[in-house]
Design a protein. Structure first.
Length: 255
C-alpha cells in the first residue's frame, strides 16, 4: 500500500516518519492507524534502519484522535477503534529499534499517546502536552491511563487525566514526560544528532537494551533482571567481543 498521511525519509540508517495532515493538526483517524501498521512492518523488514523518528508537519505533532470520525460511533465501534489504536501503538513500542518522538507542537489526546508509545521524547519549546478527553466527556483510548502513570507517576498522571489541562514543554520535562527541550529551529537537528549517536553504537546491544527494559516494566524487577542476565551473554563472541577489542586497542569498533 502507498502512504497518504505518512511520509518516510531514510538517511544514514535513520528513518524519519512525518505525519502529514497539517490542516487537521495531524489528527489520528483509521487511515493513520492502517498506514502506521504498514510503516512499522516496512521498517521492521529493513536491515539498514537503526533508529526511527516520528514527528508532525505544521504546528502540531498530533492533536488527538479525529473527532469528526468518532462523533457518531456506536459503543462497540468505539471500543474497536480503541483496540485498533492500542494495537498499533503497542506494535510501535515493540519495534526492535529505538523510536524517538520529535514533538514539534501540540501533542494532545491520541497524539500524546502516540508520543508516549515512542521510547523517548525530545520537544520544541512550542510543544504542548495533554490528555483532554474528559473535556469531551470521554476517557483516553490508546493506553494513556497505563503509559502516563509509568512515565510521570500516578499523581502527575491523574492530575493531567482528570483536569484535561494542557502543559508546556518545560512542565513536561519536569515531570519526566520528555527528556529534552530545545528551540523550535533546533528540534530536528537535536533529534537527528541523538539518533546518529544511538545508531553509532553496537546495533545488537541497542536492540537488547530496549527489549530488556520494556520487558522489565511489564514483568517486574526480578523477571527483568533475569532476562538481562540471559541477554548479557548474547553479544559475547560477536559484537561485544569486537567492541571490547576496539576499546583495548584504542580504535573505533567495526560493527
Amino acid at each position: 500500500m502507498g502512504y497518504e498521511i505518512l511520509k518516510l525519509e531514510v538517511a544514514e540508517g535513520i528513518a524519519t516518519v512525518t505525519l502529514c495532515r497539517p490542516n487537521a493538526l495531524n489528527a489520528l483517524n483509521l487511515q493513520f492507524f492502517r498506514e502506521m501498521d504498514q510503516m512499522v512492518a516496512d521498517i521492521k523488514a529493513r536491515d539498514d534502519i537503526k533508529v526511527m523518528i516520528i514527528t508532525g508537519e505544521g504546528k502540531a505533532f498530533a492533536a488527538g484522535a479525529d473527532i469528526a470520525e468518532m462523533v457518531d460511533m456506536p459503543q462497540e465501534q468505539a471500543r474497536e477503534f480503541s483496540r485498533t489504536g492500542q494495537n498499533t501503538f503497542r506494535s510501535l513500542e515493540l519495534l526492535e529499534i529505538p523510536v524517538i518522538a520529535a514533538v514539534n507542537g501540540f501533542s494532545l489526546g491520541g497524539g500524546n499517546e502516540l508520543a508516549m508509545a515512542c521510547d523517548f521524547r525530545i520537544a520544541s519549546t512550542k510543544a504542548r502536552f495533554g490528555q483532554p478527553e474528559v473535556n469531551l466527556g470521554l476517557i483516553p483510548g490508546y493506553a494513556a491511563t497505563q503509559r502516563l502513570p509509568r512515565l510521570v507517576g500516578l499523581g502527575n498522571a491523574l492530575h493531567l487525566l482528570l483536569t484535561g489541562d494542557m502543559i508546556t514543554a518545560d512542565e513536561a520535562l519536569r515531570m519526566g514526560m520528555v527528556q529534552k527541550v530545545v528551540e523550535p529551529e533546533k528540534l530536528m537537528e537535536e533529534v537527528m544528532a541523538t539518533a546518529k549517536k544511538i545508531a553509532s553504537k553496537g546495533p545488537k546491544a541497542i536492540r537488547l537494551v530496549k527489549q530488556v527494559a520494556h520487558h522489565g516494566m511489564v514483568a517486574g524487577f526480578e523477571q527483568g533482571s533475569a532476562l538481562e542476565a540471559e541477554k548479557f551473554g548474547d553479544p559475547f563472541g560477536n559484537e561485544g567481543a569486537e567492541g571490547m577489542r576496539a576499546f583495548l586497542e584504542k580504535r573505533e569498533p567495526r560493527w
